[in-house]
Structures are given as structure tokens and as C-alpha cells.
Design a binder for this molecule. Structure first.
Ligand SMILES: NC(=O)c1ccc[n+]([C@@H]2O[C@H](COP(=O)([O-])OP(=O)(O)OC[C@H]3O[C@@H](n4cnc5c(N)ncnc54)[C@H](O)[C@@H]3O)[C@@H](O)[C@H]2O)c1
Length: 350
């Protein structure tokens, strides 16, 4: 891994949708500075350049020639994660790529190969791993306080109206890789799997449903029946995932459905204790055998944000917690959910 001698990493952002959050973060993070922006949309680029007062490019290839840039945030639609991340790595730039790693397993594998070949820092922006609650639960796991983790569960369901970017890349399977399972489910499965100690997945049984999107329902501000290629993803997916160590995960994710209000939840269950996020709580057995539930006070506790962690890995020659290689397994589980749903049977993960 390249080691830098300066105390700050010079960052650029490619793609200025959620990339604006990255740009804000690079200006606010102690070990980074924002030096350049890139968006193929000239209007967006001009607005952002004026806002941040930095240079801009409409071509990511030209941005990657800029020697002032040490590293890039890749914040473009999912199908562009692989070509742009690989190009950046081949041109000497460390990469923080938005989730999911890629829209297909083969694209994800190519990214992992490029990262290995480059020796640079290549990380996926799995933001939930870098939260106070997740780091607290992960520490309990590492200290053995939860015992053997045998079950995990997570849900995130939106009401009707929650389909994002209807008709655009989000709802076109060849561009996104899928609907809510790969879009939001990736975050929930990622942090749950990490809190379970990243066991090796072996088998997946999934089901997907598209009950609203194809009718033109479920997206706010959309009022016609989409063409089939405009909505070719699910609007709800559910799965059970089995692991080599015997543990399993139950997950569902939906963009649109009749739920009383948005539903969000995650839990890990071990032989000595358990924990939940949303709401955050820890359940343990005390020495006298009684079961107690608490909400640990995390006021004032500090964990590194994903942005600080990424730069810290560059400056101090560390491997990121959510490396491309680590997150390829998450992508494999998500793709297996779709494969199983299409095949209408359980599938194996190799
Ligand atoms: N972590 C999160 O909470 C979060 C939230 C939203 C989106 N995302 C992820 O971020 C990525 C982008 O999502 P978004 O909602 O910002 O999408 P978006 O469509 O709003 O923005 C993408 C931007 O990329 C630009 N772009 C497209 N092709 C380009 C190219 N070849 N070169 C340069 N710029 C190009 C577009 O002009 C656009 O401005 C996706 O992978 C998505 O899954 C993550």
C-alpha cells in the first residue's frame, strides 16, 4: 500500500448526487481536503464548483490525470462503479466507492482484482459499520460477550411512495443490479453480517415481488404506467441466508408496500447475549442468571466516520474495515437472493 507523507489526503468526488455529501464530508474531515469534483452533467458540476470553490471535470479520465488528486469518491450509478473505480485504481488513485460494490458479481470480482493489483486503498462506503451503535455491538462480539452468534434479522420497509428514481437507473435492473434489496438491503445486510463476524455464506432462498412499480404506483410524483424496461426490478425482496457455521439471517427490504409506517430493524442473537439497532439495545445474562436489557449511553463516545477511516488507511497503511474484497461477499449474497427468486429454489454460494 502506498504511504503518504502529508497529514491530509487530497480528495476528489466523481458523481454529484449523494456525492455532494461526500464533498461536504471531505471538507469537514480532519485528515482530508477536497481538491476537485467531477460530473458528466455540466450544470451540476458548475453549481458544485461554485459552492465548494474547487476545480472540476466532466470527464473522470481527465480527473484521474490530475496529480494533485490522491483519492476519489466514486458516487455514480451502480453500473459505473466497476469501470470508474478500476480506471481510478489503474491511474494511481485510492478509491472510496459508494454501495453496492457493483451491480454484478463479475464486475465486483474485477474491482477486487484491480484493487489487489494496485496495492491502493479500495473501500466501499458501508456507512452503518461506522456508527457508534454498530461499533459498540461489534466490540461485544469481539470480546465474546454475545457468545456464539447463531441468528440475525433485519428489515427495512417503506410505505407506498418510496420507490426512488422511477424510470431512471435505480429501477432498471441492467443499470442498478436490482431494487430495494441491492439498494437499501446492501446496507442492512452488510452491517448485520459484520456484526455476526462475517461468516461464510453457503445457501440462499429468496423471493422478490413487483406489485406496485409495474403499475406506476409506489413512487412519489410518478403518474403513468412505466414501460417494462423502465421498471425491471423488484419493489420488495425477502430471503433467508445460511452460513457455514450454522448461523442464518432473515432479511426483507421494500421500497413500497402497505405498512403502517416506515419499518426499520436489526438484531443479532448469540448464546450469551443479543443486541438490536433501531432501536439500540443490548440484552445480556448477568452472573446470577437474570436477563437484563439496557441501552448503553453512547453520549460522548467517538468512532471514526467512514471518511476519516478511509483517509486513515491511506495515511497509515491500513486495510479498510469495508474493503472491496470483504464487501464482495455481501454482493454475492445479494445476487444469490435474485438468483434464487428467479430460479424459485434455494441456491448455493460458491
Ligand atoms: N450511502 C448512501 O446513503 C447512498 C445514498 C444514495 C445513493 N447512494 C449510492 O450512490 C450512488 C449514486 O447514487 P445517487 O443517488 O447520487 O445517483 P444520482 O443519479 O442522483 O447521481 C449520480 C451522478 O453521477 C453522475 N454521472 C453519471 N455518469 C457519470 C460519468 N460517467 N462521469 C461522471 N459523472 C457521472 C450523474 O450526472 C449524477 O449527477 C449509487 O451507487 C447509490 O447506490 C448511496
Amino acid at each position: 500500500m502506498n504511504q503518504k507523507k502529508t497529514d491530509k489526503v487530497n480528495m476528489a468526488v466523481i458523481g454529484l448526487g449523494v456525492g455532494r455529501w461526500h464533498a461536504d464530508s471531505w471538507t469537514q474531515t480532519a485528515n482530508t481536503r477536497l481538491v476537485a469534483l467531477c460530473d458528466a452533467d455540466e450544470k451540476k458540476l458548475t453549481q458544485a464548483k461554485e459552492h465548494y470553490g474547487v476545480k472540476g471535470y466532466t470527464s473522470y479520465q481527465e480527473l484521474c490525470e490530475d496529480e494533485e488528486v490522491d483519492a476519489v469518491s466514486v458516487c455514480v450509478p451502480n453500473y459505473l462503479h466497476a469501470p470508474i473505480s478500476i480506471y481510478a485504481l489503474e491511474h494511481g488513485k485510492h478509491v472510496l466507492c459508494e454501495k453496492p460494490l457493483a451491480n454484478t458479481i463479475s464486475a465486483g470480482e474485477a474491482m477486487v482484482s484491480a484493487a489487489k493489483k494496485s496495492g491502493l486503498v479500495a473501500m466501499v462506503a458501508m456507512k452503518f459499520r461506522y456508527t457508534n451503535e454498530a461499533v459498540y455491538i461489534h466490540r461485544l462480539l469481539e470480546e465474546g460477550k454475545l457468545g456464539e452468534i447463531y441468528y440475525g434479522w433485519t428489515t427495512y420497509l417503506r410505505q407506498l411512495g418510496g420507490i426512488p428514481g422511477m424510470g431512471g437507473w435505480f429501477t432498471r435492473k441492467p443499470l442498478s443490479g436490482g431494487g430495494p434489496m441491492i439498494d437499501n438491503g446492501v446496507h442492512f445486510l452488510d452491517v448485520l453480517w459484520w456484526l455476526m463476524g462475517c461468516p461464510k455464506p453457503t445457501r440462499v432462498s429468496g423471493a422478490t415481488y413487483a406489485k406496485f412499480g409495474p403499475l406506476g404506483k409506489g413512487a412519489s410524483g410518478w403518474n403513468r404506467v412505466p414501460e417494462p424496461d423502465e421498471f425491471s426490478v423488484e419493489d420488495l425482496a425477502t430471503a433467508i441466508i445460511h452460513f457455514e457455521n450454522g448461523a442464518s439471517v432473515l432479511i426483507d427490504n421494500g421500497w413500497a408496500g402497505f405498512v403502517p409506517s416506515e419499518v426499520i430493524g436489526l438484531r443479532v442473537m448469540g448464546t450469551k447475549g443479543g443486541a438490536t439497532m433501531w432501536p439500540f439495545a443490548v440484552c445480556e445474562e448477568s452472573e446470577d442468571g437474570r436477563v437484563s436489557t439496557s441501552v448503553p449511553d453512547l453520549t460522548g463516545s467517538h468512532v471514526d466516520t467512514q471518511f476519516f477511516h478511509f483517509a486513515d488507511c491511506i495515511l497509515n497503511n491500513k486495510t479498510p474495515i469495508s474493503s472491496f474484497e470483504n464487501c464482495l461477499t455481501v454482493l454475492k449474497m445479494l445476487c444469490a437472493v435474485y438468483e434464487s427468486a428467479d430460479a424459485k429454489k434455494e441456491v448455493e454460494i460458491l
